[in-house]
Design a protein around this ligand. Structure first.
Ligand SMILES: [Fe+2]
Length: 263
């Protein structure tokens, strides 16, 4: 079983994210890649990387949520509720165990789906631009982004603004709901001007991230399609705690992190 070390947990606490390498199951990743390509528009071929470059042409766009394609983004949510997809990420024994190390054993909601396979097509020869961060709106505790194919540097990796969770956590009226105070926009502008850290890596790597960290999908200047599976871990108590105001101790709901102080 893969474990988070004390150092990992301390890193997560201060930086708000953590990359663990070689976590996901190879067979399930291949199944996911194959499933994705089965739903690609005609003319985009797995065997021919020349056909991978975006954006999608207007006739390739799809506005249905289950297989949403627009511009450089392709969010294939259709298989997100299938048993093997849930097992690929959320209930992968290692991923689940590490989530429980942070949030406590027996505390997690049993998933009925993961978000799906989220892709960013290569941008081709477009000039590089800086990106700004945001915080996600829906209530959850711990995000997990799993790469099902290699994500080289500047290849659209999940990008985080380290440490920003410690600021953004207090920029909301409640712990988990989407009720930002006016300070959120002020901090978002300021923090976005600083450098984000791009989590690049290989197929099988997983990025764990705190629900209030500033983040963005990186731009893809590689020639690979960025393919990630996403899941948001929630504790069963979320409905009760989500409207509480931010706590003086922002880790009160994280037994694994709190335990670091007592060991
Ligand atoms: Fe987001």
């Amino acid at each position: 079983m893969l474990e988070l070390t004390r150092k990992d947990m301390e890193f997560f606490k201060t930086e708000g994210y953590l990359v663990k390498r070689k976590v996901l199951d190879a067979e399930l990743m291949e199944r996911a890649r194959a499933r994705l390509w089965d739903s690609a528009p005609t003319g985009r071929c797995r065997e021919n990387p020349d056909t991978w470059v975006g954006p999608f042409r207007p006739e390739e766009e799809n506005h249905e949520k289950s297989n949403h394609r627009r511009g450089f983004r392709w969010n294939f949510r259709e298989p997100g509720g299938e048993e093997w997809m849930i097992r690929l990420l959320a209930t992968d024994p290692n991923v689940w165990h590490m989530a429980e190390q942070l949030l406590g054993t027996g505390n997690l909601v049993q998933p009925d789906r993961v978000r799906g396979i989220y892709c960013t097509l290569p941008y081709g020869d477009v000039p590089k631009k800086s990106i700004g961060c945001h915080v996600d709106a829906h209530p959850f505790h711990l995000g997990a982004v799993g790469y099902i194919d290699d994500v080289p540097p500047e290849g659209g990796g999940f990008t985080v603004w380290p440490g920003s969770h410690q600021t953004f956590y207090y920029d909301y009226r409640s712990q988990y709901k989407n009720e930002p105070t006016p300070q959120y926009d002020v901090d978002r502008e300021r923090i976005s001007r600083g450098p984000g850290i791009e989590c690049y890596g290989n197929a099988g790597d997983v990025v764990f991230w705190h629900h209030r960290i500033g983040h963005a999908a990186g731009h893809n200047h590689s020639w690979q399609i960025r393919q990630a599976v996403l899941y948001d871990f929630r504790k069963t108590e979320l409905v009760k705690t989500q409207e509480e105001p931010p706590n003086e101790d922002m880790w009160q709901d994280w037994p694994g992190i709190k335990a670091l102080d007592y060991e």
